[in-house]
Design a protein around this ligand. Sequence first.
Ligand SMILES: CC(C)(COP(=O)(O)OP(=O)(O)OC[C@H]1O[C@@H](n2cnc3c(N)ncnc32)[C@H](O)[C@@H]1OP(=O)(O)O)[C@@H](O)C(=O)NCCC(=O)NCCS
Length: 275
Amino acid sequence: MDALSAAWLERLADRLSRTEGDLAAHRAVVCRETLAELAYPAFAGNWEEAVNDEALPLGTRLALSRLDPRNVTLEPEYYSDCDDARFQPVKPLLWLWYSFDRLPIGGQNVELGIPLRRMLAPLIFKRCGANFKAFQHVEFSFGYNLEVGDNVVVHRHVLLDDRGGIRLGNRVSISDYANVYSHTHSIVEQAEVTNAQTVLEDGVRITYHATVLAGVHVHEQGMVGALAVATKDVRPYHVYVGIPAKSVRVKPNAPEPATILRTTEGRLQRPTPEL
Ligand SMILES: CC(C)(COP(=O)(O)OP(=O)(O)OC[C@H]1O[C@@H](n2cnc3c(N)ncnc32)[C@H](O)[C@@H]1OP(=O)(O)O)[C@@H](O)C(=O)NCCC(=O)NCCS
């Protein structure tokens, strides 16, 4: 990485290293100042005056004011199950993450984007292991309900709905445009929401445009094929495809017990033939 990018990241990491006091307020200021420098440098030094300057176009003042996450409402803030005490300190970091991705300097800028997100992730998630790699336009629900193991890769435009909690093991890979959910709605009462933790164990791969529904447990080395919808647990080392996803094969490197499904309650269950 070049010296300028490294110095910028180091200064941001230093400013976000605070662990005491009003973290939500502190991070909101860091987020706003960081975005102002990147997006509206002419106003970075006099943000407050500019927001209140009636000589400036209304749209400019509005755009400037919304760099501060306290002037924005994010979707989870409309959910009754969102824990405000946990969400408010992560909200500025999510706003910075999403906004960076929409700037010329962000988006496709992998060299800067990956280390920036790797620095933000442990401050947002419940747990984040080593070498986390996220490409552009990844979105979360709460962020604080996500547990991530080591060497996890999340590709572009992935939705990680951690409302009911998501746990990702080590070496999990989630491909472009995949969706992992952890909440669902009653088919009768749309407002009735059920949260259920979704688990992707070690070595799991969720491939392009696939969807994993709430509460599904994808066991170690399981794979969900392109465009599949996993509505039920995925057996270890099995490759599931289609809607609803069914096993089409066991990976050739599977150990013998891979033909056995371990349920989320930990019970062992003989699989029934699915093809
Ligand atoms: C899931 C996948 C890996 C399966 O590959 P495979 O083990 O070589 O399986 P095959 O191509 O032999 O397919 C087996 C059967 O499933 C079908 N099938 C394969 N992928 C499918 C999919 N995504 N959706 C529906 N059916 C699929 C095949 O048509 C074939 O059916 P048939 O037996 O009736 O002819 C692959 O199809 C896939 O979805 N790849 C996504 C790309 C990828 O790997 N991304 C990873 C990036 S990290």
